[in-house]
Design a protein around this ligand. Structure first.
Ligand code: ATP
Ligand code: MG
Length: 416
C-alpha cells in the first residue's frame, strides 16, 4: 500500500489520558483510536495486525477440529438467570431498549455478552442429543463486553474487546480432559507463532466459580502486566497468586524456588464439567438408551489484549517492533526523493506477494525514518541518491538495527 493513500497519519504528540505504553504507541502510529475509556477503534493498520493474530488463532482452532460460527452480541436476561451469573458476574453489561412509541421495547433489557456459555449451551442442546453426536467443539472470534472498573491499560483491558472462545462437549469427564490437553497444546502453538512462545507460561489457576480445582491461564511475561505469576524456570510452567496460597512448589518437579514475574493473561481454559449442562438441562442418550449429562470445557484467548501485550513487550524508545507473522506489513519501503526507482521496486515486491507499505509521501527523510521506526515493520528498505549511485539498496532490520547494503537481486531473494 502507498502511504500517501493511507487516511491515518502518525503524530509525535502523546495522546491525552492514556497512561499505557501500548495505547500511546498504537494511537500515535494511527493503529487504533480511543472513543472513550476502554473502547478502541481499529484503524486500517491496527485492523491488519488484529486480523493476522485472529487468523493464526483460527488456523490452530480449525486444526483441533473446532467448527467456526458467529454468535450474537446480545442475549436475553433469562439465560443468565438460569446459570446464576446475572447475579454473580459483576462486569456484566446491560443494554436498555429505547423506543418512545412502544413500552414493550422501551422496557426491554438485554445482556451484552461477556462470554458465551449462556448462548452456546442451548444451541448445542438443539442439535447434539445422542452419544453419536459427541464430542464436538465450536468456536467464534468476536467482540465481548465487560464493565471493567477504571480501564487504563489500553488494549490490555477493554470494556469492549476481542475474544476467541471455543466450547467443547463430551460424553464423559475423561473425554473432556483428553480434548482439553489437545487444545492446551494448540494454544502453545498459537503463542509460538505470535512470537511470544518463549515468554508465555501455562499457569495453574483456581477454577473460579466453576466446580473444578484448576483452570489454566496462559500468562505472558511482561513488565507492565497486571498479574503476578510464580514461574518454575525448569518446567516452564507457573502458578498464579491464588494457587500459590494453596501450594508453593512446582507441581511437576516440586521445585521450591519459584521466580516472581509480572505477566498478562492472554488466554484461559476451563474444564466446566457439568455446570452449564446442568443449568440448561443438557443431557444426551448413551448407547444403552440412558440419559447422561454432557461434559463441557471452554477455552478463551484475547486477540486485542495480545496485540497490546506484544506492543509492550517488544517496543523500544523509537516505537513498536512487530514479530514478522503479525506485522501490518512485512516491508516498509522508503523513498528519499527517488520515487521513480522506488515505484519499480514496489511493483516487483508486490508481484512477488510481499506485503509492502511504500512511503511515497513528500515529507523529509527524518520524518520518514522516524515514522518507520514508530510503525515497526520488520524490514525497512531505503532508496536514496546515495544508495542509487552505489547501485544498491539499504535494508535495515527493525529489531536488531542491523543494516545491509544489497543489490536488488539479493534483496528480493531475502524478502520473498
Ligand atoms: P482478567 O483476569 O484479566 O480480567 P478474565 O480472567 O476475566 O481476565 P477470561 O474470562 O478468562 O478473562 O477471558 C478470556 C481471555 O479474554 C483472557 O485470557 C484475556 O486474554 C481476554 N480478556 C478478558 N478480559 C479482557 C478485557 N477486559 N480486555 C481485553 N481482553 C480481555
Ligand atoms: Mg481468565
Amino acid at each position: 500500500m502507498r502511504q500517501s493513500q493511507l487516511f491515518t497519519k502518525t503524530t509525535k504528540e502523546l495522546p491525552k489520558d492514556e497512561a499505557s505504553l501500548n495505547a500511546q504507541l498504537l494511537i500515535r502510529a494511527g493503529f487504533v483510536d480511543k472513543i472513550m475509556a476502554g473502547v478502541y477503534e481499529f484503524l486500517p493498520l491496527g485492523w491488519r495486525v488484529l486480523n493476522k493474530i485472529e487468523n493464526i488463532i483460527r488456523e490452530e482452532m480449525d486444526a483441533v477440529g473446532g467448527q467456526e460460527m458467529f454468535m450474537s452480541a446480545l442475549s436475553p436476561k433469562e439465560n443468565w438467570e438460569k446459570t446464576g451469573r446475572l447475579e454473580t458476574m459483576n462486569v456484566l453489561m446491560k443494554a436498555l431498549g429505547a423506543n418512545k412509541e412502544s413500552r414493550e421495547i422501551n422496557d426491554a433489557e438485554y445482556i451484552l455478552n461477556s462470554t458465551h456459555e449462556e448462548v452456546i449451551t442451548p444451541i448445542a442442546k438443539k442439535f447434539a442429543l445422542s452419544y453419536r453426536d459427541l464430542p464436538f467443539s465450536i468456536y467464534q472470534i468476536q467482540t465481548k463486553f465487560r464493565n471493567e472498573a477504571r480501564p487504563k491499560s489500553g488494549l490490555l483491558r477493554g470494556r469492549e474487546f476481542r475474544m476467541k472462545d471455543l466450547y467443547s462437549f463430551h460424553v464423559s469427564q475423561e473425554d473432556m480432559k483428553r480434548y482439553y490437553e489437545e487444545v492446551k497444546q494448540a494454544y502453545l502453538k498459537i503463542f509460538k507463532r505470535l512470537g511470544i512462545g518463549a515468554d508465555t507460561y501455562i499457569t495453574l489457576a483456581s477454577g473460579g466459580d466453576f466446580t473444578t480445582d484448576f483452570s489454566h491461564e496462559f500468562q505472558t511475561e511482561c513488565q507492565t502486566g497486571e498479574d503476578e505469576i510464580h514461574v518454575c524456570d525448569k518446567c516452564k510452567i507457573a502458578l498464579n497468586k491464588e494457587v500459590l496460597e494453596r501450594q508453593s512448589i512446582c507441581p511437576e518437579c516440586e521445585n521450591k524456588d519459584l521466580r516472581l514475574a509480572k505477566a498478562s493473561e492472554v488466554g484461559n481454559i476451563f474444564p466446566l464439567n457439568t455446570k452449564f449442562s446442568k443449568a440448561f438441562d443438557y443431557y444426551f442418550t448413551d448407547k444403552e438408551g440412558n440419559k447422561q449429562i454432557v461434559y463441557m470445557a471452554s477455552y478463551g484467548i484475547g486477540p486485542s489484549r495480545l496485540m497490546g501485550v506484544i506492543v509492550e513487550k517488544f517496543a523500544d524508545d523509537k516505537g513498536m517492533i512487530w514479530p514478522e507473522n503479525i506485522a501490518p506489513f512485512k516491508v516498509h519501503l522508503l523513498s528519499l526523493n527517488q520515487n521513480e526507482e522506488a515505484d519499480k521496486l514496489y511493483e516487483v515486491l508486490k508481484d512477488l506477494g510481499v506485503e509492502v507499505l511504500y512511503d511515497d509521501r513528500e515529507v523529509s527523510a527524518g520524518e520518514k525514518m522516524a515514522d518507520s521506526d514508530l510503525l515497526g515493520c520488520p524490514f525497512r528498505v531505503l532508496i536514496s541518491a546515495k544508495t542509487k549511485s552505489a547501485g544498491k539498496l539499504e535494508l535495515k532490520l527493525r529489531d536488531s538495527n542491523e543494516v545491509q547494503m544489497l543489490s536488488e537481486k539479493e534483496l528480493i531473494e531475502k524478502l520473498s
